[in-house]
Unconditional design. Sequence first.
Length: 501
Amino acid sequence: MRREAALPEPPATPWYRRPALVPWAWAAALCLLYATVAVRRHLLLRTTGYDLGIFEQAVRAYAELRAPVAPLRGVDFNLLGDHFHPLLATLAPLYRLWPSPLSLLVAQSALLALGAVPLVRWAQRDVGPRGAHVVAVGYGLSWGIASAAAFDFHEVALAVPLLSFSLEALGRRRWRAAVAWAAPLLLVKEDLGLTLAAVGAYIALKGRKDGEGRADRRARTLGLATLAAGLLGSFLEIKVLIPALGPTGGYAHGGQLAVAHGSLLGALAHAPLDLFRPDIKATTLVLVLAPSALLALRSPLILIALPTLAWRMASENGFHWGTAFHYSAILMPVVLAGLVDVLGRETNPRNVRAALATVLAVTAVLIPSFPLAQLAQRATWHTTPHLEAARALLARIPDGVTVAASNRLAPQLTSRCTVVVFPTFPVEGRLYEQQHTGLPRPTAEWIVHDSQAPESWPYRPGHWPYPPEQQQAELKAAVEKYGYTVVARRDGVTLLHRAPR
């Protein structure tokens, strides 16, 4: 009797094609991309004291088991009195191992990239492999994430993966998991309690019936409790904790909602009329939805984006209206989650394919206008004589001293010195008022000033915080009136020193 030959075993699936690893592979690739942009910007002196230096001072203080005092914001300025973000302390162990601004930039890159994992995983399950890759590209190369990755470090990076995982849980109707992921948002920034409240409102609305159409009282109760906790948390942080910790006894950012109409209530009452005025607001709203090919509007998950959009459009700070900086990072997971939600319910494969193609096209069209395009610019990879001069003079400043530095030189020193901005800013604790006269005398042991203003997104070429003429006058006064001596001048960079008294 002949024995039949055993059938050959099917070849093992390569590790890189295993579905469970696809989201993490995308996250790793995106982390490398973001870190390359961020680190290169820092090496080109394009990062700033406001904001990378400020956050490094806070995290450095946490790593040294101190309160998050940031000298760049003012004498004994506790940064929790500006924005409430105690979750920053979770970065202290990393900073203790790697005391450098680069540790914050790489951590931010990893956090933003991590936000892709739940979205890609959700798309794999509900849309298919092709949809998962498109969602990874749409999220990873979205202008909101790119803008955050390429502008210093900000606490919102901690919120992006938390919200992304919460949105995936909402999509799977795992209400408790959604709340568990979203609850730490209260510790990231004071306005994100409103986003937590929106998560609660979504659960209260969508959880009214379970999968079999029966009333789900537990889900509704959880949603309403989360809604109340988010609102109460933001209220306490804004009205109690921040004023108690800040130098002014109030919430400085609240005034940005009250200027135009006399009060906060007036601003909120006029918000519907002001939503599209000036035109930049309407442009930003369209661009926020663009990564989803506008399909996110068809998903109830867009509710989660409303608090952030509302305070930004109601603000009197023009920076909040546009697409620069980090303000839109928290919106990108919501928009892409809305896309997955809509496509997962779409029954016509042709419509799904058309939507995915549109998402890729929109992403490709927007890339050149935002900072990931810097990787293709020759200047990004070129070290100029000015950079070499600046680095040489910075190296002459000893560790542990006090330094007043130009805004773009400050984060080069914050890991090893006590740094403030030159000329002095802010003045007497006033956070946003630029005083052009009556600046206090410099008190730092060292002054390092860069007269050149490098062109760097999202800023236009220029000097901050004061006009170049005033900065030069203050530099001259330091030598002629306040006893500083010129240590070196090279290619527009000036290093001054005054022996301690």
